[in-house]
Write a protein that binds this ligand. Structure first.
Ligand code: EPU
Length: 352
């Protein structure tokens, strides 16, 4: 185990925000975490687990000890009649892992192609896109307790998945509360990919693409390619324009609230949910308030998708957006959406 001091975090966050970690340890396996816990100077220090840095806003230098997850490895654990069980190390790149499964003939993750970040970060916010959420393909994960060094396994129920939410996003409220924020580091994730495979084309953009191509039943590779095309057309590539994907969650309202808003705003984009509530498109709400293409300092609202905030400055240069500018812009958007629609938008990334 090596403790690196004063490490530049700009390459490790997709927003391209300039900040430093006071101390950083690269974690290639559970033995590195145990070495940290065996070190009297580090054991009690607050810790921050860093994956691909694709869902964080750094608002300053990071004082807690940064544990940068670099655990590698991918393998097929089961190849059965009813499906495949695949395991990947938390530090593996998410998109490369999806591409690897497709290349190996293990379909099921193709709708989640091109999502930035790592395998270990995927369950933290239950990533989702084009009609599939991580929880739909999740089997279990191994994590290590950051106080005791004990390795434990969680199934889907124990992860308490919700929309862009899990037990890893919540702090423990009491001794019996399972909130694991800051308390655990995910080591490996296992995916259950059902057989026979069925394409998931419920999302309008995908179904439209299927019709355009004149394909009756696409292959997993085709769905993968279409998802990549759709994302590239709508979402900025973080290697070119710094961003953290959707900046706000799509809010949910009661049917009564929705009816009230529709009466005032007939064009509002809304989706009825199975539990009777109604989900609203946050991108539409922000767009309707005129934010598309606007900026605060070097932080801006992406021209093609108002739900994505971007770093307008050259990453790492003096003109790059600061976390403070991003949060000022985010708060201004929240205020205007609240004033016009009475809806409070909740940020999706973790603000550090
Ligand atoms: N819309 C606008 N203006 C905008 C943006 C969107 O009018 O500027 C409208 C669109 O026309 C559409 C609706 O809002 O009718 C929804 O937009 P879109 O289909 O692009 O999806 P989204 O709700 O904005 C969500 C996820 C994305 C995911 C896509 C596809 C959240 C917060 N975001 O976006 O996830 O890729 O659906 O499934 O749930 C992410 O989490 O980082 C992310 C990119």
């Amino acid at each position: 185990m090596r403790v690196e001091k004063n490490v530049a975090l700009r390459p490790y966050n997709t927003f391209g925000i300039v900040a430093r970690a006071h101390q950083l340890v690269r974690v290639a396996g559970e033995e590195d975490v145990r070495a940290v816990l065996a070190d009297p100077a580090l054991a009690a220090a607050p810790k921050f687990v860093l994956g691909g840095g694709s869902n964080i806003v750094l608002t300053g230098d990071v004082r807690p000890l940064v544990l940068k997850v670099e655990i590698r490895g991918r393998r097929v654990l089961e190849d059965g009649e009813r499906g495949w069980l695949v395991e990947a190390g938390a530090g593996e790149n998410w998109h490369d892992t999806v591409a690897w499964t497709i290349a190996q003939g293990l379909p099921g993750l193709e709708n989640l192609a091109l999502i930035p970040g790592t395998v270990g970060a995927a369950p933290v916010q239950n990533i989702g896109a084009y009609g599939v959420e991580l929880q739909d393909r999740f089997d279990s994960l191994d994590a290590i307790d950051l106080r005791t060094g004990r390795v434990f396994t969680l199934d889907a129920a124990q992860c308490a998945f919700g929309y862009r939410d899990s037990v890893f996003k919540h702090a423990a409220a009491g001794p019996n509360d399972l909130g694991l924020l800051g308390r655990a580091l995910i080591l490996r994730v296992r995916f259950r990919l059902p057989r026979p495979w069925k394409p998931e084309l419920g999302y309008l953009d995908l179904e439209r693409r299927r019709q355009e191509e004149g394909v009756a039943v696409p292959t997993p590779q085709q769905v993968f390619d279409w998802v990549c095309d759709i994302r590239r057309a709508k979402l900025p590539d973080p290697r070119v324009i710094g961003n953290a994907g959707s900046f706000f969650k799509n809010p949910t309202v009661s049917p009564e609230q929705c009816a009230d808003i529709i009466a005032r705003e007939p064009k509002i984009v809304h989706y009825p949910m199975p539990d009777g509530s109604v989900k609203l498109a946050a991108g539409w709400l922000i767009d309707a308030c005129g934010w598309k293409g606007k900026s605060v300092g070097n932080a801006g609202v992406y021209e093609k998708q108002a739900l994505v905030l971007v770093n307008r400055g050259a990453a790492g240069a003096a003109t790059a957006a600061t976390g403070g500018e991003v949060m000022t812009l985010a708060r201004a958007i929240q205020t205007s959406v609240y004033e016009r629609f009475g809806i409070r938008l909740e940020p999706e990334p973790v603000v550090v």
